[in-house]
Design a protein around this ligand. Sequence first.
Ligand code: 0L1
Ligand code: MG
Length: 256
Amino acid sequence: MVNINKMAEIVDDAARVGKSIPQLSNKYDYTLEDAYNVQAASFQRRLARGEKQVGMKMGFTSRAKMIQMGLTDLVWGRLSDEMLVEDGDEINFNKYVHPRAEPELAFLLKKSLEGPVTATEALAAVESVAPAIEIIDSRYKKFKFSLEDVVADNSSSSGFVLGAWNKPDVDLSNLGMILEVNGHPVQIGSSAAILGHPVRSLAHAARISTQSGRKLEKGWIIMAGGATAAHALVPGDYVRNVVEDLGFTGFTVSSR
Ligand code: 0L1
Ligand code: MG
């Protein structure tokens, strides 16, 4: 028997204190629809604690990510204001289970976006675009999960870092993206790896979010998804995502 609220409590507690849990699918037989309901209920617990939804993340948008995790479906998750890590700030490794970083692009919306929309219509709703890093942190032991498990766990969403906002008049189709740790490239990719063009990811986000009952809101931030595989973090790392024509953003991992 699927108990959405109980499952939501389990993943939310694990995320709140940064502890690992067994996969929910070891104990519960549940569908993808149930998994998104668990995600919604778990995010509701964040809202009840005073957090605010500020956007949405798209996941598994590149082949490299799909291959790394062995899953092939797009997933999405919800972003709260509490997940924002200021550009140049420090994160405490001990608050995470096993954090990883992904080089991404983020879109800021100047108007709401209701799907389905074309990529051109999606781009017309963009106020600005920024180099970004997603900090993912699966709450499951050894970063192993089924599609349902990862969706229930807010698609591993944990933090996001944003660089300076740029006008969206740059050609976003094939920008070089380098994820560096302590000045050394650890992942090299292109914005083209994000569904062929990152604006496609935004159009998918509008469609999926609308289908699930909420359009994308004006002022929301949409994380387009990783352009490369994710990189595992350790204390002492200074992580940067450098994006051609857009600039860079970064953060430090401490163990305090
Ligand atoms: O691309 C992504 O952000 C996917 C996140 C979920 C899977 C993972 O934890 O790697
Ligand atoms: Mg991501």
